[in-house]
Design a protein around this ligand. Structure first.
Ligand code: ADP
Length: 247
């Protein structure tokens, strides 16, 4: 079997006394979509933040393409180009157009040629249904549109893996769908992704693997999302999923 793109081995992370991640072990293979679910505060976001170096871990290792990235001396500028991250808050620069926002990293960090990068940006904006917004400013866009721009911005560096941290949590219901559709489209295209979401129907539809966490621990991993959502193995996952069921 091909070696995974991302591996977490015995990862432990504390905030003071609070253990946010407890001996986390996880592999994400190329083209795989892995979704982490669990109650608020169980460590989902911390896991993603440790993977792209926004938080330090206390022990364990995180390997990207087999290379340790959680150790001192990691060149995060370089590594972050391989890891695309999209957050709940899209944080586009308000004084820059959509096109300039998505071209910032390719031109300033990657030193790509403007014409070539702009061509790709327009193609990606078209793919997410926003080709007519290239010259608009963020304030002229809805939350869902801004989030799609944030996804394009992350894709522009050609990441090997995309991390999505509750990207629809701040959106109105009618905008959630349009953002999730973009992520589904990326999944169909073979993009490797690690997703944190509370959208259970979406998690079932998009994922190859479901990871259920509680209090910093991985309680259950399933490579059959349909079966998992019908009947998880662990009682805790069952109780969690029940909170989303209407009966
Ligand atoms: P989730 O994403 O599942 O809601 P988090 O990863 O945000 O959970 O949080 C995991 C645990 O770590 C929680 O107990 C939370 O209160 C704590 N935590 C998260 N971020 C910080 C921080 N910056 N400082 C202190 N504690 C934090």
């Amino acid at each position: 079997m091909e070696s995974p793109i991302l591996t977490l081995k015995h990862v432990n992370k504390y905030y003071g006394e609070t253990q946010a991640l407890a001996d986390i072990q996880l592999d994400v293979a190329k083209g795989e979509v892995v979704t982490i679910i669990g109650q608020s505060g169980c460590g989902k976001s911390t896991a993603l933040r440790c993977i792209n170096g926004l938080e330090e871990i206390q022990s364990g290792s995180i390997l990207l393409d087999g290379k340790e990235i959680a150790a001192a001396g990691t060149n995060w500028k370089e590594v972050r180009q391989k890891i695309g991250m999209v957050f709940q808050k899209y944080d586009l620069f308000p004084h820059m157009t959509v096109l300039d926002n998505v071209l910032l990293a390719p031109l300033k960090v990657q030193k790509r040629k403007k014409d070539e990068a702009a061509e790709e940006a327009i193609a990606l904006l078209k793919r997410v249904g926003l080709e007519d917004k290239a010259h608009s400013f963020p304030r002229q866009l809805s939350g869902g549109q801004q989030q799609r721009v944030a996804i394009v911005r992350a894709l522009m560096t050609h990441p090997e893996i995309m991390l999505f941290d509750e990207v629809t949590a701040a959106l109105d219901p009618e905008m959630i769908r349009e953002v999730l559709n973009v992520i589904l489209d990326l999944a169909k295209d073979g993009m490797t992704m690690l997703i944190v979401t509370h959208e259970m129907a979406f998690a079932e539809a998009v994922s190859d693997k479901i990871v259920f966490m509680e209090k910093g621990n991985i309680v259950e991993i399933s490579d059959d999302p349909k079966a998992f959502f019908k009947q998880p193995q662990s009682q805790r996952a069952n109780e969690f999923i029940n909170t989303f069921r209407f009966q």
